[in-house]
Design a protein around this ligand. Structure first.
Ligand code: KG4
Ligand code: ZN
Length: 349
């Protein structure tokens, strides 16, 4: 049943879909009162990637402290909250379950309304935080560790997928290439840094295309080309330049992301283009999109790096608009690891 929703409602956003335990209090869907993130990256670095079982256990250990801190920093008591929003998919099932169980417990104990939020819809909504005048419609490039999508945001909570990756996500390619050149996990920020010392034109890596789907992405060919290049160097007993490989690989990813986004935006008459997800914090991507959008007369918006990678604020913001649209979840809300953009399971009006 639809309930009245206040414009300045206070929403607690909870995120635990991967390796960040995060919580935030958001007022009015735009104003972040606190944003607490406990990153498990150091734990997983030892293994070269996220170990799901370790992630779940650490979420359990940290989630109460993170929520407590988010409330304290916001100066808000639990009872003052108007809603609780939690990521319920997509992501690692064991990790998602920790946030979902926590959110349901608080909602049950206090009677505060609950809603389940799609992780990627959260990433997209991070753009609202620092752009108070940003309103749909706009197009958003979502590039994270698990996703590479071009999404048309038709209205709050109304999404249409324009393009997707056919194989690896952009962030996944960054992580795999970083491992191959010995930079370790997580690859994105390390390649971003190493690339600053390298020549982006040193090696001509391929720009992946998908036949018949001009906006779709494909990064597995690029990843293989980097691995082949490294093998070739090894076989010839030659050293490779780590900064040059990082810069040339990054240039190839950035070119593809920028070109596909801009050609879709121009074809579809988009006036505002946004970026979101961990890869959106990449300095070369931000610069390239900025230039391309300026040339095309398209407004370009992007979140600060802290709102690009996983955080609770983006979930609080997306949750605010889901609540405003009349959505609520019951105490039977479950984690849905393969949840699709725009899909709802256990969340209804
Ligand atoms: O959005 P996110 O925090 O988690 C997922 O939902 O996947 O994205 C994490 C991904 C990782 O693959 C990481 O390597 C990448 O974002 N990433 C970056 C940068 N910072 C994080 N990729 C490129 N450049 C960066 N500066
Ligand atoms: Zn994410």
């Amino acid at each position: 049943m639809e309930q009245a929703w206040k414009e300045d409602a206070l929403v607690l956003g909870i995120e635990s879909s991967c390796d960040e335990t995060a919580a935030s209090v958001v007022r009015g869907g735009r104003e972040v009162l606190s944003n607490v993130i406990y990153s498990q990256i150091d734990l997983h670095t030892l293994y070269g990637g996220v170990v799901p079982e370790i992630a779940s256990r650490k979420h359990i250990e940290k989630i109460n402290q993170v929520i407590r801190k988010a409330l304290d920093e916001a100066g808000i008591s639990l009872r003052e909250l108007d809603g609780i929003a939690v990521t319920y998919g997509p992501g690692l099932v064991g990790a998602l379950l920790v946030g979902v169980a926590e959110a349901k417990s608080i909602a049950f104990a206090t009677g505060i309304p609950l809603v389940g939020v799609h992780h990627i819809e959260g990433h997209i909504s991070a753009n609202y935080i620092e752009h108070p005048d940003l309103e749909p419609p706009f197009m958003c490039l979502v590039a994270s560790g698990g996703h590479s999508h071009l999404v048309m945001v038709r209205d709050y909570g109304e999404y249409e997928i324009i393009a997707r990756t056919r194989d690896d996500a952009a962030g996944e390619a960054f992580d795999k290439v970083a491992r191959a050149i010995g930079l370790g996990y997580p690859g994105g920020p390390k390649i971003d840094k190493a690339a600053r010392e390298g020549d982006p034109n040193a090696i001509d890596f391929p720009r992946g295309k998908v036949e018949g789907s001009p906006y779709d992405f494909s990064f597995s060919g690029l990843k293989s080309a980097v691995l082949n290049y490294l093998n070739g160097c090894r076989m010839k007993g030659e050293d490779f330049s780590r900064p040059d490989v990082a810069a040339s690989f990054q240039r190839a990813v950035v070119d593809v992301l920028t070109e596909h986004s801009l050609s879709a935006a121009k074809d579809l008459g988009v006036k505002t283009l946004a970026i979101a997800g961990g890869v959106a914090s990449n300095s070369a991507l931000r610069a390239s999109m900025q230039t391309a959008c300026e040339e095309a007369g398209i407004r370009f918006v992007y979140p600060s790096p802290v709102y690009c990678t996983d955080n609770g604020a983006m979930i609080g913001v997306a949750g605010y608009y889901d609540f405003r649209n009349g959505y609520r979840a019951g105490y039977d809300l479950n984690a849905v690891p393969g949840l699709r953009i725009g899909e709802k399971q256990g969340v209804s009006r």
